[in-house]
Design a protein around this ligand. Structure first.
Ligand code: HEM
Length: 371
């Protein structure tokens, strides 16, 4: 006879007995902790739970964007899940305010026993960065080692649980990142009705970029005299600045910054797709792609805000002391606010044009009803 489990109840379903027994700290006994330390542990655990959900949602979004082709109806689905990620990250930014109810002196009462434990070893944060597609070259080196090192070193020293942490980071490195999936999808975007597998596609893309750059150059050059008058500067100085801006635009659009000659056409097509989607976004078939791009920009913005808010909280708490993980502390954290997993999505904003200055689209009907 099988034992009947009875109807579900709230505490069993949420495993509350186990969840609420996990705040004992190093002592494994909550009653020995100051209430400030219990607060410190609970706040960190809540963040980690949010990270857990974020990782799940990001993987889901990435998987749905990885198809070839990606069905049109998949895009709203991906956006839906990324919006959940954005809501979570935005909430965690606000949660630093709860951490700040701990005063600097309260924290000093138990800080030293944490060394060398640190948020550095938050393997879920590292997984998140890797899954998004943060390039390792951007990581700030600490004592010649990159920011994966604190987890890797702990694993090498056979610290309890460190193998699990390092294996998870490693596993994430073996997966496709959201950035890579997004780029594959962007690369296939029809530009002026042409797709990469069609003969003559490279010429169509070059034609679009040439027309676009010409429109970009015309716009600013026409405005040089007006801008100089408004700024009270001489026209040659303003024109020099505009020309520099135009060089930056050309470099970006034609991917002249990409040294690998085989990679350059691919990057060029991805950037052309971004400009195309942003420019003609009111056409029905481009509306959702543009929302997707915007949602990812918002996601990265939220992460930058997370890093910035964390750094300010840390500055308020420990000033310019070094961290328990051994970094320079606030100085290091401030530098991480420059990380970008989606640099192209930010860079494209520099070259956007007002709608009336856009080169006319020869075949708008290919993207839904004509404008
Ligand atoms: C009293 C509160 C806190 C202080 C003083 C603090 C301080 C620091 C410092 C100084 C670092 C740099 C690494 C080091 O040298 O240790 C760091 C890294 C980090 N902290 Fe905190 N932190 C606090 C709370 C939190 C909370 C609530 C979270 C939420 C999960 C968090 C997440 C992180 C993460 C993910 C890193 C790694 C950042 C990176 O390398 O990009 N910290 N923290």
């Amino acid at each position: 006879m099988t034992a009947t489990k009875g109807p579900p109840n709230y505490w069993d379903y949420l495993k509350l007995d186990r969840l609420l027994a996990l705040q004992g700290g190093l002592e494994e006994d909550e009653s020995q902790l100051l209430s400030d330390e219990l607060h410190f542990i609970v706040v960190h655990q809540v963040f980690e739970l949010w990270f857990k959900l974020t990782l799940r949602e990001l993987r889901l979004a990435r998987d749905h964007l990885s198809g070839d082709p990606v069905p049109e109806e998949a895009i709203p689905y991906v956006v839906h899940h990324l919006r959940r990620v954005n809501a979570i990250v935005s909430l965690t930014v606000d949660q630093f305010g709860i951490m700040e109810t701990l005063t600097p002196q309260d924290f000093l009462a138990f800080r030293d026993k944490l060394v060398p434990a640190s948020g550095f070893q938050s393997f879920q944060m590292r997984e998140l960065e890797v899954l998004l597609g943060l390039d390792d070259a951007q990581r700030i080196a600490i004592g010649g080692l990159d920011s994966h090192a604190p987890i890797k070193e702990a694993a090498r020293a056979k610290a309890p649980g460190a193998d699990l942490a390092w294996n998870r980071v490693q596993a994430a490195r073996g997966e496709e990142s959201l950035r890579a999936a997004l780029h594959r999808w962007l690369h296939r975007t029809p530009i002026r009705g042409s797709s990469p597998e069609q003969p003559g596609d490279a010429a169509v893309v070059d034609g679009f970029l040439t027309d676009y750059l010409a429109a970009f150059e015309r716009l600013d050059t026409d405005h040089a005299a007006d801008m100089a008058a408004a700024l009270g500067e001489d026209v040659a100085t303003v024109r020099g600045r505009i020309e520099e801006n135009q060089r930056v635009a050309r470099r970006f659009l034609f991917a002249e910054d990409v040294e690998d000659a085989e990679e350059r056409p691919r990057t060029k097509r991805i950037r052309a797709a971004l400009v195309f989607i942003e420019s003609y976004r009111t056409l029905p078939l481009l509306a959702w792609p543009r929302v997707l791009v915007d949602t990812i920009v918002e996601l990265e913005e939220q992460l930058v805000l997370f890093r910035t808010r964390h750094a300010r909280m840390v500055e308020r708490m420990i000033g310019r002391r070094i961290g328990t993980g051994g970094s320079t502390g606030v100085d290091y954290l401030d530098r991480t606010t420059r990380y970008r997993s989606f640099p192209e999505l930010w860079a494209v904003r520099t070259v956007l044009l007002p709608v009336e200055a856009l080169p006319p689209l020869p075949n708008p009907e290919a993207y839904g009803f004509a404008r």
